[in-house]
Write a protein that binds this ligand. Structure first.
Ligand code: COA
Length: 469
């Protein structure tokens, strides 16, 4: 039966309603997310595409953070003091007159603008940048940002969506006004007191857990704040104190501190050696922290090569395989060796016996042999070996970049690999390389305005005569 005009329009309205309901349901299911992209993976921008960072960082902790954000696709605008720049540009220089590796390896994927933040015209440019950026990242000494006039209130008034992220040495408390560098943080965060050999002094580690570690924490905080801002529409302060960042990485040692109250730490070799524990977590040398005894053992060539060593873990499930390899099959059933508790008091002697075997092989031979039977071992790789390791080049973890001033250099690429956000590592910028570009393209300044700011001296180093005066 043919439908009347009225019926037809009713049916149309009803089906429209169904479609609307369906798409509403789908939207609810998708949690408000857009339809999945149909572009090939890696071809739909990067994780932080569209995020603009006002990078007020220097030295290591802050630059590590913003470089990671740059690797993820953020537009990082590094503000540097005219004529001087980030102090690391000239520190530990290896090529005369050129930006050091200290700087270039921490400031890839960024643009550089020079601004005197204390000059009235400089302040004007900064205010304009604050209005257009999503995140301000800084790691000045406590109070320095406020002294520039960039208080939270000022920033928030200009741009309520701005996230202001800071690295400081200490959080609020007795030390909050202190200037802090890497090793200070390693000491204050509990790392140094728990690193080294029992009979020796506290040790700092080569890994920059105070600086780079805190930068990494801050980057995580920033990304979380960006996510929250999608819901609240407003920015917030993000603070990571270096002491807190180090402590977070040393949290298993605070675990051990609490375990000490109920008895000695049986996985520390001093337990097996019958050395009493004190009131605080001791240094554990090369003991493995995970409850499976481990130690660093010499390999073939150790007499001349300081890195001919291997980390060897005597994991309980592969004890039988270890005994077979080192020519001690009787230890598999000997009650003095067969169980982990029986082995604890003899670890020194057991590792000495394993070492007699590892010393007959190179660290890579030990690695090959042990991995075949699931014994966890790790070669001690020198930085030379890492720099030359093909697999690290293939994955983009170690990257060679070309620099107009200094030529080719190696840097560490993005340690996090994402299937839909592919990192392209770019060289670090020259001092003020993008000043004009940023004024024009980011801030939309006209030629006359650019000239006015430039002529004011806010973007250039003070002239020698002026300095002397
Ligand atoms: N224009 C004008 N002045 C600028 C500027 C610019 N573009 N950039 C920086 N400055 C000024 C600052 O305003 C500050 O001046 P003020 O002291 O008169 O206020 C001055 O430069 C020095 O900044 P500061 O941060 O104090 O540098 P520093 O070299 O004395 O100290 C640290 C370095 C790292 C110890 C200190 O910044 C700090 O403790 N930071 C926090 C913790 C941290 O990140 N430590 C690890 C670093 S890897």
């Amino acid at each position: 039966m043919a439908k009347s005009k009225k019926q037809k329009s009713r049916t149309k309205a009803a089906s429209k309603k169904v479609v609307k309901l369906k798409s509403k349901k789908l939207a609810a299911k998708a949690n408000g997310l857009p339809k999945p992209s149909s572009k090939p993976y890696g071809k739909d921008g990067k994780a932080l595409t569209g995020v603009r960072i006002l990078d007020f960082t220097h030295v290591q902790s802050g630059p590590t953070c913003t470089q990671l954000l740059g690797y993820m696709g953020a537009d990082v605008i590094k503000v540097e003091r005219p004529g001087v720049g980030d102090i690391t540009r000239t520190q530990l220089r290896d090529v005369k007159g050129q930006d050091s590796l200290y700087f270039t390896m921490l400031n890839g994927n960024k643009r550089s603008i020079t601004i005197d933040s204390k000059h009235p015209q400089g302040k004007r440019v900064l205010d304009a940048l604050i209005k257009t950026c999503d995140v301000l990242v800084e790691n000045f000494a406590p109070g320095a940002l406020d002294r520039m006039g960039l208080t939270w209130e000022h920033i928030h008034k200009l741009n309520p969506r701005m996230i202001v992220a800071s690295v400081k040495g200490f959080g609020p408390g007795p030390y909050e006004d202190c200037k802090v560098y890497e090793n200070v943080a390693q000491c204050a965060g509990g790392s140094a007191s728990t690193t080294g050999f029992r009979e020796g002094p506290p040790l700092v580690t080569g890994a920059q857990i105070g600086d780079s570690g805190t930068g990494l924490h801050l980057a995580w905080g920033i990304v979380c704040a960006l996510y929250q801002r999608m819901r609240t529409g407003r920015g917030q302060k993000v603070l990571c104190a270096m002491q807190d960042g180090v402590l977070n990485l040393a949290r298993v040692k605070l675990r051990d501190q609490q375990r000490l109250k109920v008895g000695p730490l049986s996985e520390y070799s001093q337990f097996g050696e019958g050395v009493p524990f004190g009131k605080a977590v001791p240094r554990a040398g090369n003991d493995s922290g995970g409850g499976q005894p481990g130690w660093i053992l010499k390999c073939k060539g150790w007499e001349s090569d300081p890195d001919a060593y291997i980390y060897f873990i005597t994991q309980a499930p592969v004890w039988g395989e270890i005994c077979d390899l080192i020519g001690k099959p009787q230890w598999k059933t000997d009650p003095d060796y067969a169980t982990p508790p029986a082995r604890l008091p003899k670890l020194k002697q057991i590792f000495a016996t394993i070492e007699e075997w590892t010393m007959t092989k190179t660290k890579f031979e030990v690695m090959d042999i042990c991995n075949k039977v699931d014994i966890p071992v790790g070669p001690i790789l020198s930085m030379k070996e890492i720099a030359e390791e093909k697999s690290l080049r293939d994955t983009g973890t170690v990257v060679e970049v070309d620099h107009p001033g200094r030529g080719k250099y190696l840097t560490v690429g993005n340690p996090v690999k994402m299937s839909d956000s592919i990192t392209e590592v770019e060289r670090s910028p020259l001092l003020g390389e993008h000043t004009d570009e940023i004024l024009k393209d980011v801030l939309g300044f006209k030629a006359a305005e650019i000239a006015e700011v430039k002529n004011s001296g806010a973007l250039s180093a003070p002239k020698k005569e002026e300095k002397a005066a």
